[in-house]
Design a protein around this ligand. Structure first.
Ligand SMILES: Nc1ncnc2c1ncn2[C@@H]1O[C@H](COP(=O)(O)OP(=O)(O)OP(=O)(O)O)[C@@H](O)[C@H]1O
Ligand SMILES: [Mg+2]
Length: 251
């Protein structure tokens, strides 16, 4: 028997006034999978993530995260899911370590265990060798993204929704974050929904991609399968960007 998917939606729909943002969306993501959630600006990706987190109510259909309905039990869902937003709002007056101590405390992790975990998380994301401690207010964009991932590690989230995690990062930081995302999936079986326009990165790390256009998922599968569907050959010949553009132009 195959295990139940960690993230699942069925006919999930969101209508803002007269604007259909998400239109009968049905898809699922399995444990330990890295799912690339793609689509043009305004396709409905962020709206979908907000419904999955219980931050906005669906107009129709249903969603389940680890078997929990986010519309009914949003707090339970938020305790198990990490959400890395584009603009991470942190307590700017703290250092990274102080912020992570706070997160550990909120999650009921004891002091000693917390320090070990914080050391490990800061090393993992490459924030350990930053010299004298800096307040988060003085963090660069890349440092904030890394801190967001460190927070996921401290909380031991089972599921992570990453909205553009490497946007604006330098090549080295992008590589580090990509490697880290892959390790979280492989070693900790974390389930990852990665929304990004950086298709080159997506192609390297995602097991499967979904392409959303105008609220509907027009493609869903491993990249080589999508290449076959659109071009009749597999991914050796085509980049994800070429495949994406073909779906995009054909609607
Ligand atoms: N609070 C809101 N009220 C009204 N319309 C909204 C609201 N939030 C989003 N929309 C609309 O819903 C549609 C989907 O937006 P959404 O933010 O989900 O797109 P997206 O795929 O995340 O795009 P991007 O790649 O630009 O982040 C858009 O047409 C947007 O204008
Ligand atoms: Mg968005």
């Amino acid at each position: 028997m195959t295990p139940a998917p960690v993230v699942a939606t069925e006919d999930l729909t969101k209508i803002y006034r007269h604007q259909v943002a998400v239109d009968h969306l049905t898809f699922s993501v399995n444990e330990g999978e890295i799912f690339g959630f793609l689509g043009p600006n305004g396709a409905g990706k962020t709206t979908t993530l907000l419904m999955l987190l219980g931050l906005t109510e669906p107009t129709g259909g249903r969603a389940r995260i680890l078997g929990i309905d986010p519309a009914r039990e949003p707090i339970k869902v938020k305790a198990r899911v990490g959400y890395l937003q584009e603009n991470m709002g942190f307590y700017s007056d703290l250092t990274a370590r102080q912020m992570l101590r706070f997160v550990a405390e909120l999650n009921g992790i004891g002091r000693q265990a917390a320090e070990a975990r914080i050391d490990n998380a800061l090393t993992e994301v490459g924030l350990a060798d930053e010299g004298p401690p800096k307040k988060i207010a003085a963090f660069s964009r890349g440092m904030r993204q890394r801190l967001g991932i460190a927070e996921l590690l401290i909380r031991d989230a089972r599921v992570a929704f990453l909205d553009e995690p490497t946007l604006g990062l330098d090549p080295d930081a992008t590589q580090r974050i990509s490697d880290l995302i892959q390790r979280l999936a492989r070693e900790q079986r974390m389930t990852i929904l990665l929304s990004s326009h950086q298709l080159h990165q997506v192609q390297k790390i995602c097991d499967r991609v979904g392409i959303m256009i105008k609220g509907r998922m027009v493609a869903n599968g491993p990249i080589d399968q999508l290449a076959r569907e659109k071009f009749g050959v597999d991914r050796e010949e085509f980049t994800l960007e070429e495949i994406y553009m073909k779906y995009f132009l054909e609607g």
